[in-house]
Design a protein around this ligand. Sequence first.
Ligand SMILES: Nc1nc2c([nH]c(=O)n2[C@H]2C[C@H](O)[C@@H](COP(=O)(O)OP(=O)(O)OP(=O)(O)O)O2)c(=O)[nH]1
Length: 138
Amino acid sequence: MTIPVACAVILADQKVLAVRRSKDMPLSGYWEFPGGKVEVGEIPESCIVREIGEELGIRIRVLASLPNNTHAMTSGKSILLIPFLAAVEAGEIKLYEHDQLSWLGQSELFEVNWAPADIAVVKYLEENWDDLIVQFSK
Ligand SMILES: Nc1nc2c([nH]c(=O)n2[C@H]2C[C@H](O)[C@@H](COP(=O)(O)OP(=O)(O)OP(=O)(O)O)O2)c(=O)[nH]1
């Protein structure tokens, strides 16, 4: 079984936002890009805007979609991670589900303990930083 999960790489000032899963969440203590499961009948772009509203209390604008990554979990399920590059359009970030946040620059990307499914996405960001984060920050 494959679970589609949309996540947002939110950029500001040439940094990206990482959040830590709290003790009430599965994979607690791991860092991730905020987001959640795509509901039945929902498109990933709508899902990510909805999830970010629920988790961070902000409205985002989707700038681009990034390569998906499938990751097999020990449970036998797979996560299909669908990342979007996004910017804050309105509101102030508050953590409604996570317990910590960090804004990471290119050289800081691996300073947090990423959820395993995110590692390929983070590597992609690191390798394409100038084309993505620098360009879209202009
Ligand atoms: N949001 C998010 N989830 C991730 C990432 N990487 C990763 O492995 N996951 C996993 C953790 C969870 O097993 C699953 C997402 O579930 P979730 O609990 O955040 O989803 P949700 O908000 O829709 O919550 P629910 O339906 O379980 O209440 O995907 C990521 O970067 N962002």
